[in-house]
Design a binder for this molecule. Sequence first.
Ligand code: PLP
Length: 415
Amino acid sequence: MWEKSKELYEVAKNLMPGGVSSPVRAVKPYPFYTAKAKGSKIYDVDGNEYVDYCMAYGPLILGHANEEVKEKVVEQLENGWIYGTPVELEIEYAKIIRKLYPSIEMLRFTNTGSEATMAALRVARGFTGRNKILKVEGSFHGAHDAVLVKAGSGATTHGIPNSAGVPEDFVKHTLQVPFNDVETLAEIVEKNSEELAALILEPVMGNSSLILPEEDYLKEVRKITKENDVLLIFDEVITGFRLALGGAQEYYGVKPDLTTLGKIAGGGFPIGIFGGRKEIMELVAPSGPVYQAGTFSGNPVSLIAGKTTVEILMRDNPYKELEEKTRSLVESVSEKVEKECIASMFCFYFGEKPKNYADALKLDKNKFVEFYWKLLKKGVFFPPSQYETCFVSTAHSYEDIEKTAEAVNQCLREL
Ligand SMILES: Cc1ncc(COP(=O)(O)O)c(C=O)c1O
C-alpha cells in the first residue's frame, strides 16, 4: 500500500535524523509521504486518500489549502514575500489580535511557537528579575532548553523526556508541577515566590494526549500566581483560535499576564506571537533591554495567511458547528475506548482517561500505534502517537465524520 513511501524513507533516513524534519512525523516502520492535500483530505505519493485529523498538528482549522487564504497569499506573493521593513499588515493584524485577546495589550510576531515561548519566558525573567520558571509536567512549549524537561509530544512518544545536550545548569531553573493539582502548585509557588519569574502552562494540555483542566483549576492557578506576584503565561499555541476566537482565556474566563500564540495564527504558514501586559512587553528590544529578533518575523506571507484565517473565523463563527461535529464523532465511537473532546479537539485513550502527565504515561502507546495503522488502511489519518491530539476543521463534512466513526469502531473490534 505504501511502496513509494517506503522507497523515499529508505533514502531519507540517511539524509536526515530518523528520516524526518520533526520527530513527531516518524512512525515505525516508516511514515507515508504526502503528495497533496485539500479540504479534509490528504493524499500520499502511493495514491491513497485519507480523511485527515492530524491537520498539520493544529494550524489548519479551515482545512487544507483553503481557497480564500490561498487567494490572499498569491496576491501577496505578487508583491514580494519578505522585505526586512515594517508593513501595514502587522498593524492591522496586531489590532485584531488585541481586540480578540484583551490580555494582550502589546505583542511581537515571531516565526514559530517555540520562539514565542522562549521570548515570553525571557521577558518574564527580565520583568521580574528572577531566574526560575515553573512548567507543568508533560506540557510541550517547543524545543528549547528551558522547557525540555518532562516535555510532552514527540519527546514523550520517543521516550526522551529530558533532552541530552541541555546543561543541568540551565534546567535547574525549571521547576515542575503536575497538572490539575492546586495544592502542589500553591506549595511550590509559595516556597519559591522570591525566585520564581513565571508559571507557563497549556490551559488545555494537547501534547500528552488531550487533558482538560478540572473545574476551576485555571481560576485557582490565576489566583495563586497573582497572590504570589508570579507571572502567568498561557501557552495558547494550540488553543488560540481553537477553543474560541479568544482562545482558552476566553473559553475559561481567565486572564494571563502573557500569552503565546502560533499554529492557527499563521493560517498554515510559520508564525508565533507573544504578547501581554504593556508594562511587561515594553521591556522587549528596542524599547527595552530584553533582546528578541528574527529575519523572518512578521513576514507578510504568514501575516496575510493568519489574518485572513482569523477574519474568516470572525465572519463565519464556525465554533458551534465544529464542536457539534467533533462531539458527534466522539459519541459515535464505541465505549470500548475512553474518549474526550473540547471544541474541535478530541482524543481516544488506550487506557484510563488521564488527568495529568503521570496518568498519560500509563496509556498503552503501542496499542495506539497498532490502531493508527489499522485506521490508516481504512482511509483515516490520526497523528501517529497516543500523546497527540486530533483536530476537526471546518472542511470536515458530516459524511467524513460518519465514515471515520465507522472506521474507528471497526478497528476497535479488530484490536
Ligand atoms: C502548546 C505548544 N507550544 C509551543 C509549541 C511549539 O510551536 P512550534 O512547533 O511552532 O515551534 C507547540 C508545538 O506543537 C505546542 O503544541
